[in-house]
Write a protein that binds this ligand. Structure first.
Ligand SMILES: Nc1ncnc2c1ncn2[C@@H]1O[C@H](COP(=O)(O)OP(=O)(O)OP(=O)(O)O)[C@@H](O)[C@H]1O
Ligand SMILES: [Mg+2]
Length: 263
């Protein structure tokens, strides 16, 4: 197999609350490979979002990454100053958040969000060509009325629409790695299918995708590799085939049974 595009080693993250410390990640190892979708599955509060935010350098007080390394192209992201990390977020790692309305700036029009992504991606298109590209990308994620959307502010759009705009920003960024935290959770089935198709297309272009989802049906359909996380620790990992056919842990079996809908 190729060299991993992103390699996480021994990652520990804590939240220091007044009366206690929460160990949200407790020695996580994970490799993301070019052209593969890696799913991260686990119950609520198991550390999935903390892991993705750690990779992006977005853990804020009272939280802190306390140990480990996150290597991207031979650079440890944990050692980068915020100024350089901001560039990594724009150019190398795209993200689709669980709460899309929080991650778009409410006072910036959609088109200006997209101009910024395009600028950071280094593509430097002139304005009209860029707007044409934005319309194409928006329609690829199933949005209509793209002219109107480009002129809108995030607060004028629904949560599902904002989520699709996050996906469009990911497509536009030409990143090496895409982190998608529940990218389809608030969407109807048709839109969900459109977004999954785009993720598949990005994979085929060679991007490494970390897909966080509660939906094991989506994992079976989309992912190549899967990691199971519980209480901040990776319980098991393997190809989707390996883990789904022969789960090693009772916890994984339980997750799989729940999805069957048979009990
Ligand atoms: N800002 C915060 N302050 C305090 N604790 C936090 C904070 N963010 C996360 N945690 C804690 O870290 C742990 C992991 O949370 P995380 O958000 O990563 O869960 P998750 O797996 O993404 O859950 P879900 O499936 O519900 O999105 C939980 O115990 C959570 O309470
Ligand atoms: Mg989460």
């Amino acid at each position: 197999m190729d060299k991993p595009a992103l390699s996480i080693c021994g990652l520990c993250a804590c939240f220091y609350l007044k009366n206690r410390t929460i160990k949200a990640l407790d020695g996580v190892d994970m490799d993301l490979y070019p052209g593969r979708i890696t799913a991260l599955v686990g119950g609520s509060g198991s550390g999935k979002s903390v892991l993705s935010l750690s990779v992006l350098g977005l853990i804020e007080k009272p939280g802190k990454v306390v140990k480990g390394s996150i290597m991207l192209e031979d650079v440890d992201l944990l050692a980068l100053p915020e100024r350089k990390m901001r560039r990594v977020r724009g150019e190398k790692i795209a993200m689709i958040f669980q709460e899309p309305t929080n991650s778009l700036n409410p006072v910036i029009k959609i088109k200006d969000h997209l101009f910024e992504v395009n600028r950071l991606s280094g593509e430097r298109l002139e304005r009209r060509a860029a707007l044409g590209l934005f319309q194409e990308v928006l329609s690829r994620v199933g949005l209509r009325d793209t002219n109107k959307i480009l002129e809108s502010y995030p607060f004028e759009l629904s949560g599902g629409m904002c989520q699709r705009i996050m996906v469009a920003m990911g497509l536009l960024a030409h990143s090496t790695v895409l982190i998608a935290d529940e990218p389809t959770s608030s969407l109807d089935l048709t839109t969900q299918a459109a977004i999954l198709k785009e993720l598949g297309r990005l994979r085929d272009e060679g991007i490494s995708i970390l897909l966080i989802t509660h939906d094991l049906g989506v994992v079976a359909q989309m992912a190549d590799d899967v990691y199971v996380i519980k209480d901040g620790r990776i319980l098991e990992q393997g190809t989707v085939f390996e883990v789904f056919e022969a789960p090693k842990h009772d916890y994984t079996k339980l997750l799989l049974e729940k999805t069957d809908g048979t009990n």
